[in-house]
Write a protein that binds this ligand. Structure first.
Ligand code: LLP
Length: 404
């Protein structure tokens, strides 16, 4: 097992590159991918890293070097993936609500495409007919995922073609001679229960006879990783075992081979990431002690947006007794990372580390309040490398057109 980055190294990086800073650990990414490969070694499986979690080119290159493929939610992610060296056959484009022109562009780049609406499927059929194999994203009407904002498969969700519209899909496929190469379902993020994936597999099992050219069954991403200490993540070995059984059953029933496809984001990069901040201000208010850090939801939005829990440690004073602190940012509205969290005694100037910061941390950051986006550092074999510079003042003006 790969050890977490040491507090000493994190402090060294904070001194060297300043704070706030995102730090990623390459070997942890490798370890996560190896777990997936091992769990699915008995059935043909392709993993496409959901790059929306973290798109830094160095991260993409590292993930590519492991033999992992890449899933993209926008044409720009597709371009970043190609820029990072992924072969077009190993790039998957799974978007939603996009103009057909974006799909045309993806086709012109030669990547795998999943389509998420009848409207775009019809346009696709009319333009490409049988010439370009395509996947369809279905909405299975399954409620799953850590919270409603990250649940994507339920019956009120905007994602995918509702499964009850199967007849319309089939009519379209016939009318435009579409080559349906795959079926796709992504029910949400932070799905601990393996049975959710099995429900999707059951749906695929019933659908396959309608799509004689289907060769991949894409079960999306959404594997849960532990955020709290002692919390369980998705049992990936069990998932691997169950998916292997289903795939074998499918092959035996329909007399052909199917590939299982997955699009994990968090599972691959969440735990590799550390976000280091510095305490600017301590403020006592009744029983509450606020520790105000030099960051905010502009840098790590997950606590405010999803009420997500991120483990925090005061790495400047680890051995001190613990007291409850409310950790807040410096943004001009309520900006709470954690409430009454027991942490080693905090002094102004101490460094607080947020764990599980690799996925949807930097990536969902913004320049709100005209704050700079943090620097990013990648640790490879114990060596820290700057892979993203902290913004500078010019970045705030970069796209502004001065007319006055
Ligand atoms: N595939 C599709 C089509 C997706 O929409 C997503 C995530 C994934 C794969 C990867 O899911 P993952 O394995 O990372 O859970 N920003 C939220 C998570 C939302 C993810 C949206 N789509 C968060 O910070 O919790």
């Amino acid at each position: 097992m790969v050890s977490p980055l040491s507090h000493q190294l994190l402090l060294h990086i904070a001194n060297e590159y300043g704070t706030p800073v995102y730090v990623y650990h390459a070997e942890k990414i490798s370890e996560q991918f190896a777990k997936l490969q091992q769990a699915f070694s008995q059935t043909p499986t392709r993993f496409f890293y959901a790059s929306k979690a973290l798109t830094n080119i160095n991260i993409l290159k590292h993930i590519r070097s492991l033999g992992c493929h890449v899933d993209c939610s926008s044409i720009n992610e597709v371009k970043l993936a190609l820029h990072a060296g992924f072969e077009k056959e190993n790039v998957l484009y799974t978007s939603n609500g996009i103009a057909f022109s974006e799909i045309e562009e993806a086709v012109s780049l030669g990547v795998n495409v999943n389509i998420d609406s009848l409207s775009n499927l019809e346009k696709f059929g009319n333009k490409y007919g049988h010439n370009y194999p395509v996947g369809i994203r279905l909405r299975p009407n399954i409620m799953a995922g850590g919270n409603l904002k990250i649940s994507t498969g339920h019956e009120k969700s905007k994602f995918g073609i509702p499964i009850e519209q199967l007849d319309q899909i089939l009519a379209l496929v016939k009318a435009t001679n579409l080559h349906i190469a795959g079926l796709h379902v992504h029910t949400g993020s932070e799905i601990r229960d393996v049975e959710v994936f099995m429900k999707v597999a059951d749906i695929f099992y019933d659908l396959v006879p309608h799509f004689p050219e289907v060769r991949f069954l894409d079960l999306g991403g959404g594997f849960k990783v532990p955020y709290k200490e002692g919390e369980a993540g998705t049992d990936v070995p069990l998932l691997g075992q169950k998916v292997t059984e289903v795939m074998q059953k499918l092959s035996a029933t329909y007399h052909r081979q199917f590939e299982a496809w997955f699009e994990p984001g968090k599972f691959i990069v969440s735990e590799c990431g550390y976000f280091i901040t510095e305490v600017n201000v301590l403020k006592q208010s009744g029983n509450t002690v606020f520790a105000g850090v030099n960051s905010g939801f502009n840098h790590l939005i997950r606590p405010m947006f999803y009420e997500a829990y991120h483990r925090i440690e005061n790495i400047s004073n680890l051995d001190a007794p613990k007291h409850p602190y409310t950790i807040v940012g410096n943004i001009c509205e309520t900006d709470t990372f954690a409430t009454d969290r027991p942490l080693s005694e905090i002094r102004e100037g101490d460094r607080l580390v947020f764990y599980n910061a690799g996925a949807y941390g930097f990536e969902m950051g913004s320049n709100y309040n005209s704050r700079y986006k943090p620097a990013q550092v990648l640790v490879i074999k114990g060596q820290a490398h700057l892979i993203g510079k902290r913004d500078v003042f010019e970045d705030l003006l970069r796209n502004q057109v001065i007319v006055l």
